[in-house]
Design a protein around this ligand. Structure first.
Ligand code: FE
Ligand code: FE
Ligand code: ZN
Length: 284
């Protein structure tokens, strides 16, 4: 079965997100581990978190794909920004252990005016400092569109971060495949999805692909723009997204919508994706 959901607001608490996603027809979701614009971090209500844990089990949800704030740049050239990012990573990763067995996804970073190799070293250094071999959370590096100086714009860059992770922590790190980002980065998932997945497998390994961000894109392949579009309304288009959703090599992964939608739009897209699954044979 396909696991599908979207980003939800954490404003009403953890248990409320579970109920909300069930009512929207999904069985996984994403949420920001803190306000991306900074500000004070709320103390977690452990009873509320535990209620969500029970709910997820009862309703057989797939793993959640929590998202670190966009402002978290582990390899910033500014000391304060880097310290904030490190604190953010360690605190939010720690909190994820209250929701055992889920994913914590983040944007690898922006190199700004620095050497990219040095940034890759720095990102891996932070992963090695805070990930423990016995944690239940899997940390995901998101594939990026290559806007500005983003790290993670090629499969090779993601691979080079993974290569620097300590052996005993490697199983706790994976990759989140964002369809809008890989397309914008120059991987032609419309013309040659099989080829892109083969390349991913060769460079990173498909066993490391743990989750998918399912988005259409407002721009052409290789544009390096990162502007998401509703499913079927962008340059990737419905047919290619159908092939992603029903691709046997991506079977079992949680698919998270990050399309520009309000609640009703997400409900519609979740139903659409479930429909694609039902008719999958016709689209092979
Ligand atoms: Fe993201
Ligand atoms: Fe994404
Ligand atoms: Zn994006």
């Amino acid at each position: 079965m396909i696991h599908i959901g979207c980003h939800l607001s954490i404003s009403k608490g953890f248990a409320a997100m579970g109920n909300e996603m069930l009512s929207m027809g999904g069985d996984t979701f994403a949420f920001f581990t803190r306000n991306p614009r900074g500000g004070r971090v709320k103390e977690l209500d452990s009873a509320d978190v535990e209620a969500l844990n029970v709910f997820l089990r009862e309703h057989a949800f797939a793993a959640l794909v929590a998202h670190a704030p966009y402002t978290m740049n582990l390899c910033s050239d500014k000391d304060r920004a880097r310290e904030y990012a490190e604190e953010c990573f360690s605190e939010d990763l720690g909190k994820m252990e209250m929701l055992p067995g889920n994913f914590f996804n983040f944007h690898p970073g922006n190199s700004l005016k620095q050497d990219r190799e040095a940034c890759i070293d720095r990102i891996a250094e932070i992963l090695n400092r805070y990930i423990t071999p016995d944690q239940s959370t899997t940390v995901l590096l998101e594939t990026m569109a290559g806007k500005g100086t983003e790290i993670g714009r090629t499969f090779e860059e993601i691979r080079s971060i993974l290569d620097r992770v300590d052996e005993d922590k490697r199983a706790r790190v994976g990759v989140c495949f964002d369809t809008c980002h890989v397309w914008d980065a120059g991987y032609d998932i419309v013309g040659d999805l099989d080829g892109v997945l083969a390349e991913f497998d060769r460079i990173i390994g498909l066993h490391n692909l743990k989750a998918v961000h399912l988005n259409d894109s407002k721009n052409t392949c290789g544009s390096h723009k990162d502007r998401h579009e509703k499913l079927g309304e962008g340059c990737i288009g419905e047919e290619a997204l159908r092939r992603v959703v029903t691709h046997p090599l991506l079977d079992g992964r949680p698919f998270i919508l990050e399309t520009p939608n309000e609640r009703a739009g997400y409900v519609k897209e979740i139903a659409e994706v479930r429909g694609w699954e039902k008719n999958a044979e016709r689209y092979r």
